[in-house]
Each structure stands twice: as C-alpha cells, then as structure tokens.
Design a protein around this ligand. Structure first.
Ligand code: NAD
Length: 355
C-alpha cells in the first residue's frame, strides 16, 4: 500500500526527532512492502520566520490532502515575545481545528525496563500499567459560553461546560473502538454527582456501550480517578473523558510513567487521517545537539500506522523494537542519569537494528 504522510517538523528538537521517526518508518515500509511518501511543510516558528505567520495556507492544504500527519513540536524563546495570535503554539490549535480533530488519544505506559523512572512505590507498579486516555478535544468548558460581568459581589467571570449528545456519542465510539483493539475495558470519567453535563455524558456513554457487548464499561468520578491513577494505575485500560478532565488526568498519567521523552499521542477526527505527535515540546535547551530522545516521536509513528492505516503488525514491530532496546539497557541522556547515553541518531539506529 502507498500512504502520503505530511511532515510538520517545527522548531527546536522537532526536525531531529521527526527525522528519526521517518528513518524508522522507511525501514518498516521496506520490510513490510509498503510505500510511505513524506512531504514536509512549515509550521510554528520556522513558518513565522519565512512567511510571518505560524500556520501558512500551504501547510493546511498539504495536511488536508495527506493520508496522515506527523508533527515534531513548535515554539522556542526566539518567538516568545510575539503577540498571541502569531505565536508558534497558535498553529497547533489552528491545525487541529482545520483538520476537525475532536479526539486526543494519549497512552501512558510504563515500560518494564523503565520502572525505576516511575515516581510511584515499586509495589504499586509491580504489574506495570498501560493506559489509553481518550480525551474530547473540541467541546466542553474550553469552548463554552464565557464572560465577565457585574455580579452580586462585584466583578465576576464565568465559563460554561456544555456537551451535546452528538459530541458524547462520537467520543464514546472512539473509546469503545480503541478498547476493542486493547484490553476491552472503558472507564468513563465524569462528575455526575454534581454536573448536569456529566449526567448526560454518563447516560450517552452507556447507550453506546450497548453496541460493544464485549467491552466492560465502568463509571468513575473524576476525583476518585485522580486518586486511582496513583493508587492502582494497573486497573485502567481505556479512559474516556471530557476536555478539561482529560487535560488534567492525561498530564497526571504521563507523569507516573516518569519519562516525557517516551510518550506519543494522536489527535483524530471523523476521517482516518489524524495528527500524530509526541506529548513533549520543542525542548529548546537541547535543540540541535543530537541529545533528544526520539522515542516519543517514533512511537507516534507507530500509533499512526495502527490508527490511520490499520497496520497492526507494522505498528507492533516498532513498539517491540523500542521495548527491546530499552530492555537491553540503552538510554538517551534524559533517562541515563549521568551514565552512558546514546545520541538521538544512535538511539534511532538501535531501534532500526532491532526491528
Ligand atoms: P518541553 O517539553 O519542550 O521541555 C521540558 C523539559 O523536558 C526540557 O528540559 C527538555 O529538554 C525535556 N525534554 C522534552 N522533550 C524531550 C525529549 N524528547 N528528549 C529529551 N528531553 C526532552 O517543554 P517546555 O520547556 O515547557 O517548552 C519548550 C517550548 O515548547 C515552548 O516554546 C513551548 O511553548 C513549546 N511546547 C510545544 C508543544 C507542542 O509543540 N506540542 C508542547 C509543549 C510545549
């Protein structure tokens, strides 16, 4: 099969880590008999320097014409003093909205070889954990009606949480479909004891659950979920939740893996095409030094193969190679704690050798 992939390398370590992922994908293509055509487009600070805006039309058109999009990261001190509407980060919201991406998939997995990186007690993570957070990305309180007004006690401000049945149905379906590819358990997180929007959320999630009898569906209040993530992270498979709860819980979940350079993500819409990117930023402090951990971006490539192209074997091969290299003890500087560290290119070479 032939797939056209738009590359948004961006700023800082973006070009180095995207180049690593491309090298890995090229080897996978050769091994499994596919063809991946990569086309780079400018985004973020590099686009500001060239065109005066962070998200040029050509980039949007290129992404919309592609089968999928792989992004590095954007931003850096050079552009920090620009006004908000032409900051590099503005391009991220822009491209997500142009591609109509309403789902954010964020795995939080503890690799056996990296157990010591986890800030939780060893008995809690003895069995490891592998969680997929499915966060609604375009609705809820971040997009609801808001304002500032004069109230009973003077100046006040408000934001509103609003979810439609349609928005809940479509995110719930993504969660159940995802669970079918994994451990067949969905934990739906809400605040149904207080919020009306959560009560609708809960009702609709259970309606959709009936379409997936093989998948266990459990409700959990968000305050309890925040506790369970650090008490018993191994009890979760897929978590589905609203935009704001997902924002907070996905950061909590990523921290208990202990390694920001390891975590991929995917943003999905109604089409197969999605946007795949590491969860970390452009790491300007180590940019251009061949020191960045490329694994989050390489694993973002693996997620793309699975979710955008349905290439399960190929995706699994990348994950297995990463696992193997970590088990063999190879580390980039962020995980080496001052010990012997591989460069970005050397880590990529090791993963390729083990594919
Ligand atoms: P960051 O994630 O870039 O860096 C935080 C720390 O983690 C730094 O010490 C960095 O060196 C380290 N780090 C991050 N990724 C790493 C990797 N792959 N390998 C090794 N070490 C890694 O966050 P920040 O410093 O808060 O932000 C830097 C810039 O990135 C800012 O301009 C910010 O706006 C931008 N940013 C972009 C995105 C994105 O493009 N999606 C996300 C977050 C931040």
């Amino acid at each position: 099969m032939t797939y056209n992939i738009a590359l948004l390398k961006g700023d800082g370590i973006g070009p180095e880590i995207v180049d690593s992922a491309v090298r890995v994908l090229e080897v996978v293509a050769k091994k499994f008999g596919h063809e991946f055509n990569f086309t780079p487009y400018d985004i973020g600070g590099v686009a500001i320097d060239k065109y005066g805006i962070p998200l040029p039309e050509e980039t949007v058109a290129g992404c919309l014409a592609s089968d999928s999009v792989l992004l590095g990261a954007v931003g850096g001190p050079k552009w920090d003093t620009l006004p908000g509407n032409i900051r590099p980060e503005k391009a991220l919201l822009g491209i997500r909205s142009k591609m109509e991406l309403f789902t954010n998939l964020r795995p939080a997995k503890l690799y056996a070889a990296l157990k010591d990186e986890c800030p939780l007690r060893s008995d809690i993570v003895a069995g490891g954990f592998d969680i997929m957070i499915v966060r609604e990305l375009t609705g809820g309180i971040y997009f609801g009606e808001r304002g500032v007004r004069e109230g009973k006690y003077g100046e006040e401000a408000y934001d509103t949480e609003c979810y439609s049945r349609m928005e809940i149905e479509r995110i719930a379906r993504v969660a159940f479909e995802t669970a079918m590819l994994r451990g067949k358990k969905v934990t739906s997180i809400d605040k149904a004891n207080v919020l009306e929007s959560s009560r609708l959320w809960r009702r609709v999630v259970h309606e959709i659950a009936k379409e997936y009898p093989e998948v266990e569906c459990v409700d959990m209040l968000v305050d309890n979920a925040a506790m369970q993530l650090v008490r018993n992270p191994g009890s979760f498979d897929v978590i589905v939740t609203s935009n704001m709860f997902g924002d907070i819980l996905s950061d909590e979940a990523s921290q208990i893996t202990g390694s920001i350079g390891m975590l991929p993500s995917a943003s999905l819409g109604n089409t197969k095409r999605g946007l795949y990117e590491p969860i970390h930023g452009s790491a300007p402090d180590i940019a251009g030094q061949n020191k960045a951990n490329p694994i989050a971006t390489i694993l973002s490539g693996a997620m793309m193969l699975l979710y955008a192209f349905g290439l399960t074997k190929e995706s699994d091969a990348i994950v297995a190679a990463v696992d193997k290299v970590l088990t063999m003890g190879y580390r980039t500087a962020d995980l080496a704690h001052g010990g012997e560290a591989l460069t970005t290119v050397e880590m990529t070479d090791k993963i390729i050798e083990n594919l």
